[in-house]
Every structure is written in structure tokens, then in C-alpha cells.
Design a protein around this ligand. Structure first.
Ligand SMILES: Nc1ncnc2c1ncn2[C@@H]1O[C@H](COP(=O)(O)OP(=O)(O)OP(=O)(O)O)[C@@H](O)[C@H]1O
Ligand SMILES: [Mg+2]
Length: 462
């Protein structure tokens, strides 16, 4: 193997029959080129430093006969940004188009036009250097970061920063699995209490008979099983934040005790009449409509007003569809674990299926589906079926006749508008007779284009 120039960008050139003049010109242009003709050679090259980040994947007409296994290995190397080189013949095959669409950054045609292939490789190199050191979907600290760049999520992030400044009780509304607890945690982390405890309690997960002692604690002997003193969750949150999840499910008798704490900031352990002053910020959440619960008298009106001084709403996932892919890749990075090197992403149809799904279970549902898909996927890319989603309908391919029709209509509209609907001028520009123009307007339903004209355009007819 020739010695590599460590400063030259490394390029792996995979082909069943390498083009020697292309290799020479690439080397002249400063690339350190590795020629690969087998899966074994590819593996060996990827082990050497500096590992190539850019690859040229030649899919000539002899594929898949000689190149089948080789291609599989190439696309299984996610650290390499591939540019495909294909013949027009190959590009007619749906399998080739899918392979390029899923695994390659771009493609060029064979036979090679040197400038075209070199500039595609340079683009791949620029992208590779941007991503150097960044894994495909970096797991974030503790998996706790709020992911989302959509407008609703940016608005939520701003609200979180604002409400973090104060100690006033905060209520977080949102559908199940939308990220209420994550938002509560973010408020705590952004507040002056960040160094204090964050205690989260799911009110509906505690048996009703135990709620009082779980929340407020008890003294030894307070009841039959109370063998020793127990600090309750509220006291454990002293100096920090208490997150009361599913507050709507809190039994009415507990609501009265909680109201006392919300009003004067003190608690009494069960079996004690000593009031303990606490410094706790309350954040509560529920997926049920709390106003409705107040109307039906299953939730105390006075407690509602104590807890809902501030309110933020976590939007459902279907209202922030631009975040779905971002979240999916984030979750993939989070859950893939040791399979990370095997699973590189999602197929285009899986990505489309995610956008079409309604996500009633919100981010939790997405997380569960991604976890399941990581286990179920056979290949390097997760398919819609691995996510338990139906294949999305195939986008209708445009026939040549349709494309011509569309182009003809657009061309007519542009000319009619440009010439203020004046037939003589339009016919002259389009180099057709007035009769043909009339026929075309009838065919495309463009007899009356007033609706297509800008409002202040004086329509003149000749
Ligand atoms: N924007 C987000 N970015 C990253 N992860 C998220 C995001 N939103 C939610 N998650 C993840 O989705 C899961 C559900 O979120 P969370 O528990 O905060 O939802 P919830 O609204 O409290 O649900 P429930 O109503 O069922 O209690 C968690 O694993 C959380 O980390
Ligand atoms: Mg929750």
C-alpha cells in the first residue's frame, strides 16, 4: 500500500474497474486516493489513519454482479460521505436510485467529467470536515435536553427562561408524553434553585391511602406500619423544586393538605403537630383539563388558583412537525447504544411516514417506536415498518406528458401576465398564431386570467 500524505484529503475510490486516468488526475489535484475493489480492502482502508471521509462509489453497468457485496459494505460505512458515479442505464433502475438516494450525498454520471466529479468530492469533503468529531445524532447530557427548533418549541424555550426567574407556582399543560416533565426540569435547571433538589412525584402512581404520608412524611408510630420517621417528598424538595405530575388525579382530601402548604409554605408530618417551614417551588402538570375538573368539582377551585399562578403549554408533537426528524435522530443516538455503528438513520419513506403520522402519544410514542425499530431493523437504515408505521403512499411520478402540460400552462400564464393579457404580444413572444393561443387558453382553462393578475394590473384587451 503506498504511503499516505497525511495532509492530503483521503478519498476511497470503490470500483470493479478503476479508471486510471481519473486516479492520476485526482492525485494531481491533491487527493490521497485509495483504490478499493473488495469489501475486505474497504475494511482495511477504513482502519488506517487518516480514515477517508469521502468516497467515490462507482456503479457501472456490471453491477450488481461484481459489485453487490462491495456496495453493501460501502454504504455500511457511515463515516464516509459517498458520491456515486453511475451510468444513465443504471440510473433507470429503481434499486440504484434508492441506493443513491438513501446512502449517497450526490451522484455524477459515467463516463467521468473530471471537473464535475472533483467538485462533488470537494463538497463532500467540506461537509465531512463540518461533521468531524460530531457523531450522527449526539446523545445529549443525560438525554434531558429539550430538542426542537420549531416556532412553538422556541416560544416554549423563551417561556421557560422567563418563568425560571420567579418562584411563583407554575402549571404546565400538555398532552400525555408531550414533554411536560422535561419542561419542568428545564425550568428548575434554569432557576436559582438549580443546585437544589428536583423531586418529581406522579400523583396517580401513589395508592390513595399512602398519598398523605408520601407527600408530607410521618413520625414514628403515626400509624400501624410507621416503624420509623419518614421524610415526605415535599420536605425532600426543600431548597429546590417539587414537580407534581398528574395533579388532576390527587385525591380530594390530599388537595386540602396541599392547599395549606401552597398557602403558607409549611407542612406537618403525619403524627406530628409541629409545622415545618419549607422553601419549595411547586410546578404541577396534568394531561387532563384542569378547568374541567374544577367545574366537575373533582379538583378544588382554591387549589387550582394557588397552583396555576403561571402557566405554560407544551404543544403536541403534531403541531411541531418540523421537529419530528430532529427528535427521531436524537432519540436514535440516545437509544442505539452499541448498535450505533450498525444503524445509520432512517430511509426516506420512514421519514415521510413519521411526518404523516398523527402522534397521539407525542414524543414518548416516538421514543418507543424508535427503540422498537432499533431492535427490529435488519439493515443499516430504519424503515417505516420497523417503526410500526405503514408505508407512506408513493409520491405520484410525473409522466413526461404531465410535465410538458404543466410547463406549457406555466409558460402561458407567465406570458399572459407579462403582456397584460394582450393576445397579439403573447402570441408573438411564444411564437405561435393567435388561433393556437386561443386553443391553448381553452385547453388550460385560461380564458379568464383576471384572478391570476396582480390586483393593480390594468387588464387591456386587443
Ligand atoms: N422536546 C423533547 N426533546 C427531547 N426529548 C423529549 C422532548 N419532549 C419529550 N421528550 C422525551 O419524551 C418522553 C416523555 O416526556 P415527558 O415525560 O416529559 O412527558 P409528559 O408530558 O410528562 O408525559 P405524561 O403526560 O405521560 O406524564 C421523555 O423520555 C422525554 O425525555
Ligand atoms: Mg409526565
Amino acid at each position: 500500500m503506498p504511503k499516505r500524505n497525511r495532509d492530503a484529503p483521503a478519498l476511497v475510490y470503490a470500483s470493479a474497474a478503476h479508471d486510471p486516468s481519473l486516479c492520476d488526475r485526482l492525485r494531481e489535484a491533491g487527493w490521497s486516493v485509495e483504490l478499493i475493489g473488495s469489501a475486505h480492502e474497504l475494511e482495511r482502508t477504513l482502519r488506517h489513519a487518516p480514515a477517508p471521509n469521502v468516497g467515490l462509489l462507482e456503479i457501472g453497468d456490471e453491477h450488481p454482479g461484481t459489485m453487490g457485496a462491495m456496495l453493501e459494505h460501502c454504504v455500511g460505512a457511515p463515516q464516509v460521505h459517498w458520491i456515486a458515479a453511475v451510468t444513465t442505464n443504471q440510473l433507470r433502475r429503481a434499486a440504484t436510485r434508492e441506493l443513491i438516494g438513501c446512502y449517497c450525498l450526490d451522484y455524477v454520471f459515467l463516463p467521468y467529467a473530471f471537473d464535475v466529479v472533483e467538485s462533488a468530492l470537494r463538497r463532500a469533503l467540506r461537509l465531512a470536515s463540518l461533521l468531524r468529531g460530531v457523531s450522527h445524532a449526539p446523545p445529549l447530557a443525560g438525554g434531558q435536553s429539550i430538542i426542537g427548533r420549531s416556532d412553538p418549541m422556541q416560544a416554549l424555550q423563551r417561556e421557560i427562561q422567563k418563568v425560571a426567574y420567579t418562584d411563583a407556582p407554575l402549571f404546565i399543560a400538555g398532552e400525555s408524553g408531550a414533554g411536560k416533565e422535561l419542561a419542568a426540569r428545564a425550568v428548575h435547571d434554569a432557576s436559582s434553585r438549580a443546585q437544589g433538589p428536583f423531586v418529581a412525584i406522579n400523583c396517580c402512581a401513589i395508592p390513595p391511602t399512602l398519598v398523605q404520608s408520601e407527600l408530607f412524611g410521618h413520625e414514628r408510630g403515626a400509624f400501624t406500619d410507621a416503624e420509623r420517621r419518614k421524610i415526605g417528598h415535599i420536605e425532600a424538595a426543600n431548597g429546590g423544586t417539587l414537580f407534581l405530575d398528574e395533579i388532576g388525579d390527587l385525591p380530594l382530601e390530599c388537595q386540602a393538605t396541599l392547599l395549606r402548604f401552597a398557602q403558607d409554605g409549611t407542612i406537618q408530618r403525619l403524627g406530628s403537630d409541629v409545622s415545618i417551614p419549607l422553601d419549595v417551588r411547586i410546578i404541577s402538570a396534568t394531561h387532563v383539563d384542569l378547568e374541567d375538573a374544577v367545574r366537575s368539582q373533582s379538583f378544588r377551585f382554591d387549589l387550582y388558583h394557588r397552583l396555576c399562578v403561571l402557566r405554560i403549554d407544551v404543544p403536541p408533537l403534531r403541531e411541531r412537525s418540523t421537529d419530528i426528524h430532529l427528535l427521531a435522530f436524537h432519540l436514535l443516538g440516545l437509544y442505539a447504544g452499541e448498535r450505533k455503528s450498525r444503524i445509520h438513520g432512517f430511509t426516506p419513506s420512514a421519514l415521510r411516514a413519521m411526518l404523516l403520522h398523527d402522534w397521539p402519544g407525542n414524543v414518548r410514542e416516538l421514543a418507543n417506536r424508535v427503540r422498537r425499530a432499533i431492535v427490529m431493523a435488519d439493515g443499516a437504515y430504519i424503515r417505516a415498518v420497523d417503526l410500526g408505521l405503514g408505508e407512506p403512499p408513493v409520491r405520484r411520478a410525473l409522466t413526461l406528458a404531465d410535465a410538458r402540460d404543466e410547463a406549457e400552462r406555466n409558460c402561458l400564464i407567465e406570458a399572459l401576465i407579462a403582456h397584460g393579457n394582450r393576445s397579439n404580444e403573447v402570441a408573438e413572444e411564444l411564437d405561435i398564431s393567435r388561433i393556437t393561443l386561443y386553443r391553448l387558453r381553452m385547453r388550460h382553462g385560461l380564458q379568464d386570467i383576471a384572478g391570476l393578475m396582480p390586483p393593480d394590473f390594468p387588464e387591456r384587451r386587443k
